[in-house]
Design a protein around this ligand. Sequence first.
Ligand SMILES: Cc1ncc(COP(=O)(O)O)c(C=O)c1O
Length: 443
Amino acid sequence: MTTHAQELERYGSQTRKSLAMYQRAERILPLGVSSNFRTYEPYPIYIDRAQGSRMWDVDGREYLDFSMCFGALMVGHAHPVMVQAIAGAAGAGTLYGMPHDREMRAAELIGERFGLEQVRFTNSGSESTMHALRLARTYTGRDKVLKFEGAYHGGHDTVLVSVKPPRPRVGHLRHPRAVAAGHGIPDGTLENTLVAQWNDARSVREILERHENEVAALVLEPVMMNVGVMGPRDGFLQELRELCDEFGCLLVFDEVKTGAKLAWGGAQEYFKVKADMVCLAKAIGGGLPLGAFGSRREVMNEIAQFRSFHAGTYASNPLATTACITALERVLTPEVFPRVTALGNALAEGHNKIIKKHGLNACAVNMGANGTVFWRRTPPTNYREWLDQDFATFWRYWHMNLNRGVIPQAQCYDEQWTVSALHDERDVEHMLAVFDEIARELA
Ligand SMILES: Cc1ncc(COP(=O)(O)O)c(C=O)c1O
């Protein structure tokens, strides 16, 4: 049996060039990275290149990648169809600052797929939720936004509330306290962001009753994917739909992670619940930075009337919209989703068999292309249950995987695996074989 300390030693001996790069990066980039989510102890591996379901680090080590850039690479690394389309588009100019046909086609494809009458483009998921929530405030004439405890919707103030609140500060189960996610978020913001409990319609109702005519939008990830993969209990999304209708607030689905990943048409298709507004990013960009938000014409008209502000220098640039069209038309086609779902389910079933065989205190779940291992006996149903896990074992599992050439999911215990269009059965078998070895050690 190897201890975690021995695994870290092995990690160090195999990633010497990454360490040198980390030491150089740390001087100019806080934490040595450009996004906080990329860091982990003792230092991250630095990547040289990627292809298909694989990445290679600067030390020349090959990894089977199930992070796929936090799920953004649903098309797979350097998919030949994507590479050809992007290279071709680059030659025709990458920014016009003027309208063009590719943004129209991309918007039409998104409109059809996600049932949206009108769409506007952004460059990221954070921008999508920021603009969508401002639009909801404009449309309803209300200031407050309701979100769920433990949910992440990007890096702007309104939603940087109760993302991962420390346990002693969470407050009442059904009326969670609004806790700022870090410093620099004004108290006024906290007054306008209300927090409800996931999978508890009573919590949502009581908060909407208490703040009648004040809540512009209920924003949620239909499957919470910044706490692993935490689905709604049966009927919960339908109840939220009815509550939003009753209280006159907009139901905003943050489909940054579920859109074109849970199913062809995302969570609305998967759960058969219609949202008022949908926020997108990650998979729709086909590997380039692209986000979008959309709704019915009546709501989007607030933008056309210059009442709700939306603009962006890079929004709908010809490169990213070409990648979007190519991804949606040629790679993320309807046939892909049953295939990746079957592979994801096979991963979860395989993990659960191995967990049982070795008697680990863990369980695996999968929905669509997304799955994870929880380090507790049963899947959690809300953030507070999710907190109740053996996170130390996650980190041991993480380093053990990297040492054996597997990136089992995006970094950190709150993420999940992504089965992309370029993963196949052999990748599933490979990951399970490595997990079997790891589980034997952990038992
Ligand atoms: C559900 C959800 N919403 C929004 C965002 C923010 O997206 P971005 O990182 O592109 O700004 C993320 C990022 O992971 C996310 O998972």
